[in-house]
Design a protein around this ligand. Structure first.
Ligand code: GRF
Length: 230
C-alpha cells in the first residue's frame, strides 16, 4: 500500500532527498506528505521546499517538555495524512508516547552496523575503535536509541586513514539506496517482525521496476537482504 510519509530530519537531508528521488522515479510506492524539522534553517527544509513538499518546523530549543513537543509533531503528522514516520538524521529522542502512537511504522537509519556504535557519533566511534568494516543500518524504532529490529544493513570498509569526513560520504552513498529499499519493502507489506528479527517475505509477483534478488552491483555479501533494483 502506498506509504504516506512524514520525514523527520535535523540536518542536510540527503536521505530525505534520496527518498523523494526514489518516489519520483517510480521505484518507491510512497508519497512524501510532510518534512518536519526541529532545527529552523536546517538545509533539509530547503530541499523539501524545492521538491514542493510541505514543511513543519518546531524549534526543539524552545521546548521544555518532550511530550508536549512530540504531541505537536503528532498533530502535524496527522494533519498531513501521514501513516509512516521516516527518521533521517533526526537528532532528538522520541518520547515513548510518540513511539507508541506509530509503533511498527517508524523507521530510522543509523551510520554503523548496529548494535555496534549507537548514538550521535556512530561513524567516528567506529573509526576510533579501529573496526575494519562499518556501514549503515535501517531499523524499526523502539523507545531506546538506535535499537529495534534490523531491516537491512550494508557494509562499508574502513580505510586506515579514514576520518568521519572521509568515511561518512561512502556510507551515505549506500544509505541513499538501502533506505528507499527498506521503505519499499514496508510498502509491499513484506516485513514481519518476530521477536527482534525482521523476516522479509518473498515478493508476491515480479515488479517491472525492480531487479530480481542478487542483482545488486555491490554483491550480495555486502548488503543484506540483497537490494531489489535500488
Ligand atoms: C545519516 O547518515 C544517517 O545515517 C544519520 O544521520 C545522517 C543524516 O544525513 N542518522 P542526511 O541529513 O540525510 O544527509
Amino acid at each position: 500500500m502506498t506509504l504516506q510519509i512524514a520525514a523527520l530530519a535535523s540536518g542536510v537531508g540527503s536521505n530525505v532527498a534520496a527518498v523523494i528521488k526514489s518516489i519520483n522515479e517510480g521505484m518507491l510506492d510512497a508519497r512524501m506528505r510532510i518534512v518536519i524539522s526541529n532545527r529552523p534553517g536546517a538545509p533539509v527544509l530547503e530541499k523539501a521546499a524545492q521538491a514542493g513538499i510541505p514543511v513543519y518546523v518546531k524549534d526543539s530549543a524552545d521546548c521544555e517538555n518532550r511530550e508536549d513537543y512530540d504531541r505537536a509533531l503528532l498533530a502535524a503528522i496527522c494533519d498531513a495524512g501521514a501513516d509512516t514516520v521516516v527518521l533521517a538524521g533526526y537528532m532528538r529522542m522520541l518520547s515513548p508516547m510518540f513511539v507508541a502512537a506509530h509503533r511498527g511504522r517508524i523507521l530510522n537509519i543509523h551510520p554503523s552496523l548496529l548494535p555496534s556504535f549507537p548514538g550521535r557519533m556512530g561513524t567516528e566511534d567506529a573509526i576510533k575503535y579501529g573496526v575494519r568494516l562499518s556501514g549503515s543500518t535501517v531499523h524499526f524504532v523502539q523507545e531506546t536509541m538506535d535499537s529495534g529490529p534490523v531491516i537491512i544493513q550494508v557494509v562499508v570498509p574502513v580505510h586506515a586513514q579514514d576520518t568521519g569526513e572521509t568515511l561518512m560520504p561512502r556510507i551515505q552513498a549506500l544509505e541513499h539506496r538501502i533506505y528507499p529499499q527498506a521503505l519499499q519493502w514496508l510498502a509491499e507489506d513484506r516485513l514481519r517482525v518476530e521477536g527482534h528479527r525482521v523476516n522479509l517475505l518473498p515478493a508476491r509477483k515480479p515488479n517491472g521496476s525492480m531487479a530480481s534478488f542478487g542483482q545488486s552491483p555491490l554483491g550480495p555479501w555486502m548488503v543484506s537482504p540483497p537490494l531489489e533494483g535500488f
